[in-house]
Structure formats: structure tokens, C-alpha cells
Design a protein around this ligand. Structure first.
Ligand code: ZN
Length: 271
């Protein structure tokens, strides 16, 4: 199956919802914390916690990778030797035996797209690779509510070899207290039905509850997606196009993901 050039809009799907944390969470800033702890969390200049879209995308992508096989789709896991799936998303494959050189030599745009189609796994086709832009976009979380103050937790450095606590080696880290709520939105450009099935499966995991950020083995970062709303615009439908371009209105598509999932799980073929 050949993709039309991706720069032409055919269809846009938008998901909105709320992420509600059942526990405290830690999305690290990579620096010391505000409260003089060893590890701080990401904060706005005014002290409100940040939920970066890149963190959300990374988590969502890993669910898509883990679910892809059940839907008959390929995932290179960015490591062809591990997954056995040849894909330009993996740097070692891209650089092997002049694979990239071969791609660069192709002059015709259509042939380039053909080549990419045959050398990119289903997950990279949607989430992007160094040779292809992503078609799924995650906004930063918009903070709706939170406990208005950070908490400090203590940790003990564990010796990886003996799995015992290293004598006297302690650290502390900050967490955003439980109950934080963020509004999120995800947009997908020109999705194929099998890609919508994959997104639908990952969304189901998010709705069932998942873990986000650091120290999840200590019970942190438990969160779930609620109040999910799905909308779409089909550009070939003149009514929908008009509503979208003139009034910024998309059409309700709440059953879209389940319809696509059902089709794939009941043996539909995406090729
Ligand atoms: Zn890939």
C-alpha cells in the first residue's frame, strides 16, 4: 500500500481527555530540587508541575510497540537485532551496508516514499523516525488541579549486584502529590484504519490505568485517562471541511477507535 504524500491533508483525528494521578508522581528535571533535594521535578517558573508532551508520547509509543504484534503490525523497537524488524528507525540498520546511501541516491520523490514504506516499521511510520516526520502529536498537559505543594521522599541506593542497600547511601527526591489532573490533547494526521486500531489499543491501556515518570516500582506515577472525547475531520467530506475551516469545528467520532480495533481483532486485513 502506497501512502499519498504526507503533506496533503486527508483526515485529522483529535483526542482530548484528562489524566488524573491516583498517586504522587516524579517527572525529573535532571537537577536538584526546589526543596534542596537530590532530584527535582519539572516545574514552571511559578512552581506549577509540568507534564511534557514528549513524556506522554514516549509512554504512549511504548504501549503501541508492546501491542503492535497482537494487531498484526510491526515494531522495530529502535533495535532491529532485538525485534528482527528491519526499519530505518534503528540507527544501526540505517547505517548498515549503505542503507541510507541507497536512500539518498533515489531521485524521484515517489520512489523515495516507496522505499521508506518498505523500510519502516508500522510504529515508526506513525510516531516518526529520523527519515520521516511523526503524524501523531501530544500537547503538554494543561494543569487543571493539584495539591499546591511538593513532597519529599527518601530513597536508599540499591547495589545492583547484591540487591541490598548500600550502607549509608541515601538520597531524596521530590514528588508532585497525588490527585494532580491535567487536560491533554493528541492529534493524528492522515491515519490509516490499522493505525487507528493501534492508537485505540494504547488508549485502552491509558484508560485502564498506567504508570508514568520515575520511581514507578515504588508505586509512584499511577494515572489514568478519563473523559475521553474523539473528533475527526475528513477533508474529502465537503460539509466536514467547511465546518472545520470556517467554524473550527470537528465531527464527533467517539466510536472511531473501537470500530477500527474491532475490525482488526476480528481478522480484518490492513494491507
Ligand atoms: Zn521502526
Amino acid at each position: 500500500m502506497m501512502n499519498n504524500p504526507n503533506n496533503i491533508f486527508r483526515r485529522k483525528v483529535k483526542i482530548t481527555g484528562r489524566l488524573v494521578f491516583d498517586t504522587a508522581f516524579h517527572i525529573g528535571s535532571g537537577r536538584e530540587g526546589e526543596l534542596a533535594t537530590d532530584m527535582g521535578v519539572l516545574l514552571e517558573p511559578d512552581g506549577r508541575p509540568i507534564l511534557p508532551g514528549s513524556t506522554l508520547k514516549g509512554n504512549f509509543r511504548s504501549f503501541a510497540e508492546r501491542l503492535s504484534g497482537y494487531l498484526g503490525l510491526t515494531a522495530c523497537l529502535l533495535d532491529c537485532s532485538l525485534s528482527g524488524v528491519k526499519c530505518v528507525g534503528d540507527e544501526s540498520y540505517r547505517n548498515s551496508k549503505g542503507v541510507y546511501d541507497k536512500f539518498k541516491e533515489i531521485k524521484e520523490e515517489r520512489k523515495k516514499l516507496d522505499w521508506l514504506e518498505n523500510n519502516t516499521c508500522d510504529v515508526c511510520k506513525l510516531f516518526g523516525s529520523p527519515l520521516q516526520a511523526s503524524r501523531i502529536f501530544f500537547s503538554d498537559g494543561e494543569l487543571l488541579d493539584w495539591g499546591r505543594g511538593l513532597q519529599v521522599r527518601d530513597g536508599v541506593c540499591i547495589d545492583r549486584d547484591t540487591e541490598t542497600a548500600r550502607h549509608g547511601a541515601k538520597y531524596d527526591f521530590e514528588v508532585v502529590p497525588k490527585g494532580a489532573e491535567f487536560k491533554i490533547s493528541i492529534e493524528i494526521e492522515n491515519p490509516e484504519d490499522h493505525e487507528l486500531a493501534l492508537v485505540g489499543a494504547a488508549l485502552a491501556e491509558w484508560e485502564n490505568g498506567f504508570r508514568l515518570g520515575g520511581f514507578t516500582s515504588r508505586g509512584l506515577g499511577k494515572v489514568s485517562l478519563t473523559s475521553k472525547k474523539v473528533e475527526e475531520t475528513d477533508y474529502s467530506n465537503s460539509e466536514q471541511l467547511k465546518n472545520y475551516l470556517l467554524y473550527r469545528e470537528m465531527s464527533n467520532a467517539d466510536s472511531l477507535f473501537n470500530d477500527c480495533l474491532e475490525q482488526v481483532l476480528n481478522g480484518g486485513n490492513h494491507a
